[in-house]
Structure formats: structure tokens, C-alpha cells
Design a binder for this molecule. Structure first.
Ligand SMILES: [Cu+2]
Length: 388
């Protein structure tokens, strides 16, 4: 209904404007110049509008830079991150210089060379020298940017296996991430979606010896300063592993393994105590406090106070709960990491807990055969995973 009323009001406003312009035309004195051809007065006002437009445009641009700079991420938390940031800022600086120069000249010339009855346009066919200059300069600048980009790309993407990177598999499915650490041998066991069964939710090959010591976790712990190599698999659709603070992103594609490696340089604790983050967290908590007061006035529970954590996000719109597909990342000292990993259960141990020890299976079968009908039915239901 509101939409309908808005449309009616807009239509009425348009009709009013049209009628007003007709009245305005009719009320003109007969001596006035009503020709459709621009005269000097028109040219002067149009030229002035051009200048006003470009000045307002630059003011708006400067305001946007100032306003949106508060949404910048903090400095990169990975080794390659600063290379990546430099590439982006240099590209942006080159684009900005060219943009400001060309836009300013374009509008200034429109104003300066505006139509004038006393001036005659000069016929100027072409100038080889000028064309050469404005072709060769962009070629050199663009080639420089592309070569610089390619070098940065290859230094980021080439993972040196001699650095003994920590190998971790990131397994994506709608709508969660699972991490699989390669364990003591730092070699991941084979895996395939066809092996998914029961608690083996990421499809690890139980017969592969390398899989025995793999560790599956729902939180990603990384030791600071050690190169990490991520191998990524997807169970269902295209996802994208996005680590904004580490300046890393890689598509996760069903049916193939993609990889990306980086070295985290700032622990979660250090990032929390950085000036940038203290300030940001304070602002977020002030907003939360205000909102909590409103919520409590309505009899609802207040919001928790916010604390910074790194997160791995999905950056491909992969379905309805895509926005919530995330995994907490904890970057910590090597000692803390070693203590954490020592507490985790290996894949082999998890599977062994599930399987009855040899001999017990036969005994269970026997018991089932001899049990009364109701007990047998309950046992069968339990085997099929039904809740009793
Ligand atoms: Cu996703």
C-alpha cells in the first residue's frame, strides 16, 4: 500500500512539474530568445556548471576517502600481507593520479573552451607526436604495474616446501569449515567424499596409514611465525576460504584440491592489544551497550560484549546460511600451539573408540540372537543410529 501511495505521489509530482514548465513557457515575453540553439549566455552557464560539478565531485571523493578509511583492515597479520597491501596501494595511487588529472582537465577544458560567438573552432585533424605520447606513457605504466603484480603474485603463490610448512586441510561444506591437521608425520591421509560414513564426516580413508595421526578440529589454531600450507576440499558446492586479516583467499572447489600458504606474524593476543583493535573494540562495545539498553527495555536479553578474534570466512555465496559459514582462528605462540595440539584426539583414536574391539562384535551378534524380541528391535534401531 505504501509503495502504491509513493508511486501515486511521484506521478502527481511529475505531472505538476510538466504543467509548471508549460505555464513558464507561456508566460515568457515575446521578445525573449526562444531558439533551440545555444547562445553565449547558455554556453557561459553550462561551462560554469561543468566546473561546479567537477569541484563537487572531488569534494565528495575526498569525503568518501576520509569516511570509509575507518573501515580499513588493520595492517596484515601475515608475512606476504605487506607485499599484497603495497601492490594495492601503489595501483590505487597510480589510478588516483591519472583519474584526478584527466577529470580535472576534461572539465576545465569544457569550461575554458566553451562556445563563444567571437571565437572560431580550429580544424585539427591529428598529431602523431601527441598520439605517440599518450599511447606510450600508459603502455609503460601498465606494463610496469603488471610486471610488479606478476612478481608479487608468484612470490605469494609459490610455497617453498623446504620451509617445512605445517600442512592443514580445510574442508568446506554447507555451511561450516573443518580443519584436518596432518599430524606427527605432517602428511595428510587420503580422503574422498565416498569415504564419508558415520563419524568420519570429512571422508578420510581409514585404510591409509598416513590418516592414523591426522587431527580433525573445528577451531583453527596456528603457531605464529611458522609457514602453514592449506589444502582445501569442498564436499558440495563452490566455496572460498577467505582470511581477510592475513590477506589470503582461495576458491574451494568440489572434486579437486586447491592450496594456499602463508605465515602468520601476529598472535590473536597481540592483535587484541594493538592500538587499532583496542579502539575498534571499544567503539563496537559502546554500540552494543546502547542496543542492549533498548533490548532490555523490551524485556529481551542484552548483547554479549565483543572480543576480537581472527576468522576464516566463506567468500562465495554458497547458499542460505553462507553469511554464517566461519571458523575461529587462534594464532598463538608455538608453546601454546603444541599444548593445544597435544590435547586433540587423532583420527585413528577417534575411529578406534567407535569400533568394538575384536571378538566383541561376535559376542554382540550372539547376544542379539538370543535376546527377547523387544530388546532385539531396540538393538537394531540403535545400530541404525536412531535415538532411543
Ligand atoms: Cu561457503
Amino acid at each position: 500500500m505504501t509503495v502504491f501511495l509513493v508511486i501515486v505521489v511521484l506521478a502527481l509530482l511529475a505531472i505538476t512539474g510538466w504543467q509548471m514548465s508549460k505555464i513558464f513557457q507561456l508566460s515568457r515575453s515575446p521578445d525573449e530568445d526562444t531558439s533551440e540553439i545555444a547562445n553565449d549566455k547558455d554556453n557561459n552557464s553550462q561551462g560554469l556548471f561543468m566546473m561546479i560539478f567537477v569541484i563537487l565531485f572531488f569534494i565528495l571523493m575526498a569525503y568518501c576517502f576520509w569516511y570509509y578509511s575507518r573501515f580499513y583492515l588493520p595492517g596484515a597479520s601475515s608475512e606476504h600481507g605487506s607485499e599484497y597491501d603495497s601492490l594495492m596501494f601503489i595501483s590505487l595511487a597510480v589510478i588516483m593520479v591519472v583519474q584526478v588529472l584527466t577529470q580535472a582537465l576534461l572539465f576545465y577544458f569544457s569550461y575554458y573552451y566553451r562556445g563563444n560567438k567571437r571565437k572560431k573552432a580550429l580544424f585539427y585533424a591529428d598529431n602523431d607526436k601527441l598520439e605517440f605520447i599518450w599511447t606510450i606513457i600508459p603502455v609503460i605504466v601498465l606494463a610496469g604495474l603488471i610486471i610488479y603484480g606478476l612478481f608479487t603474485w608468484s612470490s605469494i603463490m609459490n610455497i617453498n616446501e623446504d620451509d617445512d610448512p605445517l600442512v592443514i586441510e580445510l574442508y568446506a561444506k554447507q555451511f561450516s569449515w573443518t580443519a584436518r591437521y596432518a599430524g606427527e608425520d605432517n602428511t595428510l591421509g587420503k580422503a574422498n567424499v565416498r569415504f564419508i560414513e558415520g563419524i568420519n564426516t570429512v571422508g578420510v580413508d581409514v585404510n591409509d596409514n598416513y590418516a592414523e595421526d591426522d587431527i580433525i578440529a573445528t577451531e583453527l589454531h596456528l603457531p605464529v611465525g611458522r609457514p602453514v600450507l592449506f589444502k582445501m576440499r569442498s564436499q558440495d558446492v563452490l566455496h572460498s576460504a577467505f582470511f581477510p586479516h592475513f590477506r589470503a583467499q582461495m576458491n574451494v572447489v568440489p572434486g579437486m584440491t586447491t592450496q594456499f600458504g602463508f605465515t602468520p606474524t601476529i598472535t590473536t593476543e597481540d592483535m587484541r592489544s594493538s592500538e587499532y583493535m583496542v579502539d575498534k573494540v571499544r567503539t563496537i562495545n559502546e554500540i552494543r551497550k546502547e542496543n542492549s539498553q533498548q533490548l532490555m527495555a523490551n524485556g529481551e536479553a542484552p548483547l554479549d560484549s565483543y572480543e576480537f578474534d581472527y576468522y576464516l570466512l566463506c567468500n562465495k555465496i554458497c547458499g542460505v546460511a553462507h553469511y554464517n559459514m566461519q571458523m575461529k582462528i587462534v594464532v598463538e605462540s608455538p608453546e601454546d600451539y603444541n599444548a593445544w595440539i597435544a590435547e586433540q584426539q587423532t583420527f585413528g583414536a577417534t575411529m578406534a573408540d567407535q569400533e568394538p574391539p575384536s571378538g566383541q562384535e561376535e559376542q554382540l551378534k550372539e547376544e542379539k540372537r538370543e535376546a527377547p524380541k523387544e530388546v532385539r528391535e531396540t538393538m537394531e534401531a540403535m545400530e541404525q543410529g536412531e535415538e532411543i
